[in-house]
Design a protein. Structure first.
Length: 262
């Protein structure tokens, strides 16, 4: 029997056409087998595909890259909130989701959507030699979060000129690598490399803001900052730290609506 599934493609953390990070969003009446979810994500070939089901205790959300399920994804959650608010008639101000990382939410204020995520916990560490070689340069400092390495560089130009060897980087045991520095037109700039998860360079990584917040809260004058992810498409964020939570705000743009058959 063929199952038809609604699918939306949304550009999250964008400021116009062809900016931000494309995510596929698939509302489900009930969960499909895990191998089917993974195959859909592989076929979509986007950084993440989000699936969600309205269960008895609220919405449950899961995210898949083309190769694996991940525990937390910011841009695809923002995109899912956009679909619920703008396409599926959700009429409350806040949507709560249950996921592998606990409870998260999306709040709507006009055209701005805000994620409420747990802040990452960072520990200073020696930068893995394989990671240094993959970037062909050494950072000023290195930290390890729950999933990723965070490498701090001196300035924005250091971030812009990085050209990683992704094959070598994929051998480093982590979800991926975030690189960051103070920005020129934004408080902070960053890039995100995740070859271990099938994504060489992510256009705009919402979950990376939880890691960036953990570092920059001690290195900026305020507990809020603007940031730009310097991918080819670029991603745009406003981030605020509130205790052990991080509020990550951005805009979304509809790109495509349709149905898939499995």
């Amino acid at each position: 029997m063929i199952t038809k599934v609604p699918i939306y493609q949304i550009d999250a953390f964008s400021n116009g056409p062809f900016t931000g990070n494309p995510a596929a969003v698939c509302p489900l009446e009930k969960w499909l087998p895990e191998d089917v979810l993974q195959s859909i994500a592989e076929e979509n070939n986007l950084a993440e595909t989000a699936f969600f089901v309205n269960e008895s205790d609220g919405f449950r959300i899961r995210w898949f890259t083309p190769t694996t399920e991940v525990k937390l994804c910011g841009h695809a959650t923002l995109a899912t909130g956009f679909v619920l608010f703008n396409e599926l008639g959700y009429n409350q101000q806040t949507i709560n989701f249950n996921c592998l990382s606990g409870s998260i939410s999306v709040t709507k204020s006009n055209d701005l959507l805000t994620l409420d995520f747990p802040i990452d916990n960072l520990s200073p560490c020696d930068c893995p030699e394989r990671l240094i070689k993959s970037l062909d340069t050494s950072p000023m400092s290195c930290y390890k979060g729950a999933s990723d390495y965070l490498l701090i560089f001196e300035n924005q130009k250091d971030i812009e000129r990085l050209s990683p060897n992704f094959g070598m980087m994929s051998e480093v045991k982590s979800r991926g690598c975030i690189v960051s520095a103070k920005g020129e037109d934004f408080d902070v700039v960053c890039r995100g490399f995740f070859p271990q998860s099938g994504i060489n360079e992510d256009p705009a990584t919402g979950s990376a803001q939880t890691t960036l917040a953990s570092y920059w809260k001690d290195h900026l004058s305020e507990n809020k900052f603007s940031s730009c992810q310097l991918s080819k498409r670029k991603g745009f964020f406003n981030t605020e730290i509130k205790g052990n939570r991080v509020l990550i705000s951005g805009k979304c743009r509809m790109y495509m609506r349709g149905k898939l058959e499995v």
